[in-house]
Design a protein around this ligand. Sequence first.
Ligand code: UDP
Length: 361
Amino acid sequence: MKITIIAGARPNFIKIAPIINAIKSKQNEGFDISFRLVHTGQHYDKNLSDTFFEELNIPQPDVNLEVKSGSQAEQTAAIMIAFEKELLQNPCDLVLVVGDVNSTMACSIVAKKCHTKVAHVEAGIRSGDLTMPEEINRMLTDSITDYFFTTSTSASENLLKLGSNPENVHFVGNVMIDTLHQNIDRSSAPDFWNEHQLKEKNYIILTLHRPANVDEVSSLINLLHGIDSLVNDKKIIFPIHPRTQAILSESKIEFKNILFVSPQGYLNFMYLIKNSFAVITDSGGISEETTVLGIPCFTMRDNTERPETETIGTNTIVGTSFENLKKVFGSFLQNGARKSGIPELWDGKASERIVSILLGK
Ligand code: UDP
């Protein structure tokens, strides 16, 4: 079986790493399975791309389509045009896509139109929020997927409600958590750890890059000033996404607690998360990692496509207003973290299950 694996953006790299490891171990067992790795070039900063390949031992891509940035339509179209050529030159039995970025949707459409089967890892999750490009990418990808690999029973149920054939819906667990299991022991303190006297639980991690939080510069600055005032006795480490950095670049702002740092590599970032007091974020993936690491997470969004991070895990959806964050965070400071657990099958073995299903074993 020849599989073409698609990866375009930071969270994709983290998701494909354990799938490639699982394919390699099946190869070592003598199974007929090979892969070609296509990097679409959606993320191209070293900090968001190369570092992850190096740290997670992902092989160099067989090809980089180098689409880079653009509007939603420009980027999606550029990926489709480049990937169609690539797939016609290098046909395969199956195109495997992960997550919900433009590369996920664009390559699924191209594959299906070239009569190639599509496997979607992280299928079926839904926020119901069509203002987010990711939700549209999820819906379109799942409408033409042949193998749905889901992270939760609720994602599987979403697909069944939409009429997907139950035989094609496979609840396998979470590949992002496979990566966490495979690498957490290798995590290490970043260079600035000692310089800023960071210690276990004496700092908060902040990440923000979703349009609803960062696209309007004055609201973003107000939000940051609010977050800066949430605590007196803790640093707030803010690995700033290039998208957010570009929006803030012209502004001269100073904070008493917030410390801006560059986007972190996976190993430093996991070290920072696992030792943090709490995390404030608008990332979906981080709410899964904090759930498994047992770190309180406050998500600055109005909804989530990962409800189990809240019903079982450590995540609290606080909306995008600072006022609500202040209220919810204040109650956490007073009452401590609530009890949490780890969702079913988030056990580090999702990738093995995926590859076994693809091989029909
Ligand atoms: N991440 C990282 N370094 C950072 C910020 C995030 O390694 O400075 C990792 C994080 O642990 C998670 C993934 O990147 O595994 C999430 O990426 P992002 O927030 O871009 O995507 P989302 O989850 O919002 O789709």
